[in-house]
Design a protein around this ligand. Structure first.
Ligand SMILES: [Zn+2]
Length: 92
């Protein structure tokens, strides 16, 4: 993956979101709990196979639901929880 590409940023965003969620909700201090770790690996794998690649929007806005149902629910929950906070904090 190229540095600073959209895909790379998306991958980083997903990771940050999952980490923050796990840290807050699952009270993990350093590492992700097994469940969130699995979700992160899954998300990164989906991203790699995303048909839009550099033209994609964020997964949260994407019309193609490439996640399998269980994983989709989890990532949605995380984005809903972490998303608004992140947008506020990163706006500069
Ligand atoms: Zn967790």
């Amino acid at each position: 993956m190229e540095k600073n590409s959209r895909m790379r940023r998306e991958a980083e965003t997903v990771e940050v979101m999952i980490r923050q969620y796990c840290h807050t909700k699952h009270e993990q201090t350093r590492n992700l709990c097994p469940e969130c770790n699995e979700l992160l690996l899954y998300a990164l794998k989906r991203l790699k196979h995303c048909p839009f690649q550099e033209r994609k929007t964020t997964c949260g806005n994407c019309g193609v639901h490439c996640y399998k149902p269980g994983m989709r629910d989890k990532i949605r929950q995380i984005m809903r929880y972490v998303g608004p906070r992140m947008l506020l904090r990163n706006r500069s």
